[in-house]
Design a protein around this ligand. Structure first.
Ligand code: GLY
Length: 423
């Protein structure tokens, strides 16, 4: 197991709360959740793919008819299940679950040459990245570096960004844009920073920094919410405009997009120490935590602006047909994980704010309101995530990435309570 660095931040902030008592309560909470996760995922490992499209291998979500959907290794979510198994098995020192983590990680190897969209960062860093974090092996490094090379094939030097998708048809009509970049892409950059560190080749890192700088400039708005998509012009490299695919409207704040931004810019600050990235991460986190529409349990609605005056979905968007508002546990889980890291880069009340925010989210997600009962919920851990309302897909369901970021956040929280950090 990789040695962990010791840090003092958490010890200092917990001193004020009565350190050892508060710490014991939190550590018990984390352990109970990890033990539950192990039992639930042991059942998940025995759950076959169900339904007529049941050919996938990676647990993804639940269908409307209650059957478990599994995705192929080509789906953007394919790395999360092995990643979750790594976090649980590492925390509990559970060898059978670690063996399963390895089996599922190895299924991802063919994806190292995938270049058809930007998602290879999610797919490979959550699977092989965690394998390498917890049980480093030279072949994992090689697979990750090759994956980083594949991602870099999508870098467009004129615009200075990695192209996310090959095209997107706007919700406003028939126009198809051929150079869309989505905020989610910030999450893929961690793979590139890693590749530069292990190869000594700066080019990966330069791509990551360029992408983050241009995202900060073109995608993050003045109030530190963000556009889900920015379309660029292939010829000139200039941004054309911002729209949405998964948010309520072009000008709204899609909560998972906000989470990707908080997490992505926090990670970019970790890797560069560039204060502009820290400021962006802080302000995006403040947008989430201080938003008047954030419920008191801090699990965001799927979009901060859904159904509000001044926000109108495109004509083709299914968001026009949905009157109920839904939460997104996946956005909250990813935000919690990011806030824990961010709390270690700032001081005083700002640090305490991020730590408290993460803690509230984790306790909400670990409560009966969001955490499933053993053997229920298709054996996923969390309920109440929202995949894509505009596409009429995955509404109020479990999602594998909600579980992944919940487990990652619990794991990070435990390290912080021990005065340690992974980074
Ligand atoms: N990366 C796709 C999503 O957040 O739904």
């Amino acid at each position: 197991m990789k040695k962990k660095k010791t840090i003092l931040t958490i010890a200092l902030s917990f001193c004020a709360l009565g350190f050892s008592q508060a710490q014991d309560v939190e550590k018990t909470f984390i352990r109970e959740n990890m033990e539950f996760a192990a039992r639930q995922y042991e059942l998940m490992l025995k759950t076959p793919a169900q339904g007529k499209e049941g050919k996938g291998v990676m647990p993804h979500s639940l269908r409307k008819d209650g059957t478990v959907s599994k995705g192929s290794i080509y789906l953007w979510t394919a790395g999360f299940f092995p990643g979750s198994l790594w976090y649980i098995s590492e925390y509990l020192d559970n060898k059978p679950l670690q063996d399963s983590a390895l089996v599922y990680t190895k299924k991802m190897e063919p994806m190292k040459t995938f270049t058809d969209n930007h998602d290879i960062g999610f797919m490979m860093y959550c699977s092989y990245g965690n394998a390498n974090r917890f049980e480093p092996k030279p072949e994992y490094k090689d697979i990750l570096v090759e994956s980083a090379r594949s991602l870099c094939t999508r870098f467009r030097p004129k615009a200075g960004v990695i192209q996310s998708w090959n095209g997107f048809r706007s919700w406003h009509g028939d126009k198809v844009y051929d150079f869309p970049v989505i905020i989610d892409n910030m999450m893929n950059l961690e793979l590139l920073f890693y590749a530069s560190k292990v190869t000594g080749d700066d080019s990966f890192r330069k791509v990551a920094i360029s992408h983050a700088e241009n995202t900060m400039k073109n995608q993050v708005r003045d109030d530190y919410s963000c556009f889900h998509i920015v379309y660029y012009d292939k010829e000139t490299g200039k941004p054309i405009k911002g729209e949405t695919s998964q948010g309520y409207s072009d000008n709204s704040a899609w909560s998972r997009g906000q989470a990707w931004g908080i997490y992505g810019f926090t990670m970019c600050y970790r890797e560069t120490k560039d204060p502009r990235f820290l400021k962006t991460a802080e302000k995006m986190a403040d947008f989430y935590l201080d938003h008047p529409n954030l419920p008191s349990d801090k699990v965001a609605w799927w979009d901060f602006n859904a159904h509000q005056p001044g926000y109108t979905p495109g004509v083709r968007s299914n968001a026009n047909n949905v009157v109920t508002n839904y939460r997104d546990a996946s956005a909250a889980a990813c935000t919690a994980s990011a806030l824990l890291e961010l709390s270690t880069y700032v001081k005083g009340s700002q640090s305490a704010k991020y730590l408290e925010g993460a803690k509230t989210i984790l306790h909400s997600l670990g409560s009966k309101k969001y955490r499933a009962e053993l053997g229920k919920n298709g054996n996923f851990i969390l309920m109440h995530s929202t995949g894509a309302i505009p596409q009429n897909s995955e509404i109020d369901v479990p999602l594998t990435y909600a579980d992944y970021y919940f487990l990652e956040a619990l794991y990070r929280y435990d390290l912080l309570l021990n005065g340690q950090s992974l980074f």
